[in-house]
Design a protein around this ligand. Sequence first.
Ligand code: HEM
Ligand SMILES: *[C@@H]1O[C@H](CO)[C@@H](O)[C@H](O)[C@H]1NC(C)=O
Ligand SMILES: *[C@@H]1O[C@H](CO)[C@@H](O)[C@H](O)[C@H]1NC(C)=O
Ligand SMILES: *[C@@H]1O[C@H](CO)[C@@H](O)[C@H](O)[C@H]1NC(C)=O
Length: 329
Amino acid sequence: MAGASARSGGGGPCLVLLLVVITAVLAGGSSAQQLSTGFYAYTCPGAMDAVKSVMEAAIAGEPRIGASILRLFFHDCFVQGCDGSLLLDDAPGFQGEKTATPNNGSVRGFEVVDAAKAAVEALCPAIVSCADVLALAARDSVVILGGPSWEVKVGRRDSTTASFAGANNNIPPPASGLANLTALFAQQGLSQKDMVALSGSHTIGQARCTNFRAHIYNDTNIDSGFAGGRRSGCPSTSGSGDNNLAPLDLQTPTTFENNYYKNLVGKKGLLHSDQELFNGGTTDPQVQSYVSSQSTFFADFVTGMIKMGDISPLTGNNGQIRKNCRRTN
Ligand code: HEM
Ligand SMILES: *[C@@H]1O[C@H](CO)[C@@H](O)[C@H](O)[C@H]1NC(C)=O
Ligand SMILES: *[C@@H]1O[C@H](CO)[C@@H](O)[C@H](O)[C@H]1NC(C)=O
Ligand SMILES: *[C@@H]1O[C@H](CO)[C@@H](O)[C@H](O)[C@H]1NC(C)=O
């Protein structure tokens, strides 16, 4: 339409007005701007409380599950946006994301997402997406474990597709250096500052030996006492003990605070990628600022979570509201 008008070569006031309107619609019409905190206020007012109750029960049963759910949200959002693509099971003729390298044998908590979705479906069938259930469950996990709260924007719809290649390419591996970590977040529209703040998620949860073995045996930017302790639970030869777990925050892996950054300053980051955030580079001052001020960390973390939750949502008539998070309708 704009093209046809342009070809007419006219420049009258009507054309100018038309172009102004089109520009305004395009600028205001990005799908993230269609998310809002009140999206379900009339159609499913109980959704948020229902998700929260499920998360409270799940974390009371197993405190680590809050970390696992927070990570699911990250791994969902980094692959075709926050669209529930990670939640889809593999099926004949359909390859999901669950066995991609960053996820295989590592992502967990899908039963809890199913329980939260079932609770919401019981209240208001076919209204609330799996992508939104996961966004709410991630926020609730942070709050229940002692972290900051924020209002979650909702209105996302669920994908009918997944991307195994996207999961392999977009999610940063733990061997990454600072430049690659920064680049992979930039690819999602997130700044280096967001990257450092969101990495504070590693104040909760666990990692497998296979993901920190090289760091504790071969890196030199690590406290020797800490490395020694971790080596005793993680044999140097790959294969044996690959799935042995260690806490990402050696002090309090089920409490969300700023200890992660204190560990980094003490050269006690568990992953190579963690220690990269405090290794004599440009992000050292940000790490120091979070050590001095937990409230600064919390504020930046919330900003980062809201930005991450805005990554390429499906809205309007795109996608669907899945009935079962594990398969398309
Ligand atoms: C900055 C780049 C990041 C890298 C390289 C990275 C890498 C990893 C790795 C390797 C693990 C352990 C997985 C395993 O061994 O099974 C892990 C766990 C975890 N990650 Fe990250 N991560 C990053 C950023 C994030 C972000 C942005 C979040 C959330 C917003 C997050 C949340 C978590 C949580 C909560 C866990 C523990 C999960 C559990 O205990 O089940 N990570 N991460
Ligand atoms: C996922 O892990 C399992 C168990 O370790 C392995 O058998 C399978 O080949 C892996 N899948 C992919 C796609 O790498
Ligand atoms: C970092 O990125 C470069 C360029 O894409 C790549 O060649 C290299 O393997 C990456 N390194 C790590 C540790 O991810
Ligand atoms: C440490 O580095 C050596 C030399 O590159 C390598 O052979 C060995 O496999 C590495 N060990 C671990 C645990 O990554």
